[in-house]
Design a protein around this ligand. Structure first.
Ligand SMILES: Nc1nc2c(ncn2[C@@H]2O[C@H](COP(=O)(O)OP(=O)(O)OP(=O)(O)O)[C@@H](O)[C@H]2O)c(=O)[nH]1
Ligand SMILES: [Mg+2]
Length: 111
């Protein structure tokens, strides 16, 4: 789906970027896609929430290790957008409340 994402940039104010916490082999590819989004001019004003999904599965790497490996603190520090992270399980609903709260707060801040 990546190739068609840019057609949605113009109307995007809140960006949810889902990463698979149970599949570290996708980490570098996800990271490249994330950097592409963060550097897109049309998304400069968007707020970004990175979701580490599937935390209910036994993971080869912890989310902290994944963040460190992708140098997420550096990415967040150099991003123009406000970037937050949350750990979730779409299957179990873990973290869903935090995601909804983020959406609510972000919309409210946008006015
Ligand atoms: N255990 C678990 N499974 C999940 C979770 N979220 C989605 N899935 C399952 O993951 C499968 C879909 O794969 P995803 O990786 O979410 O989607 P995708 O990246 O588009 O598909 P792949 O290319 O197969 O990885 C479905 O069977 C979902 O039920 C979760 O939080 N926990
Ligand atoms: Mg997947």
């Amino acid at each position: 789906m990546g190739p068609i994402w840019p057609s949605y940039y113009a109307s995007c104010r809140c960006l949810l970027f889902m990463m698979d916490a149970a599949n570290p082999t996708q980490l570098s590819a996800s990271c490249v896609q994330l950097l592409g989004l963060l550097s897109a001019e049309a998304l400069a004003e968007a707020s970004v929430l990175i979701l580490f999904n599937k935390i209910d599965l036994p993971c080869y790497m912890t989310v902290e290790e994944m963040k460190s490996l992708m140098r997420l603190p550096d990415i967040i520090a150099s991003a123009r957008q406000s970037v937050s992270t949350v750990e979730i399980s779409a299957r179990r609903g873990t973290g869903l409340a935090a995601v909804l709260r983020w959406l609510q707060d972000t919309h409210r801040a946008d006015g």
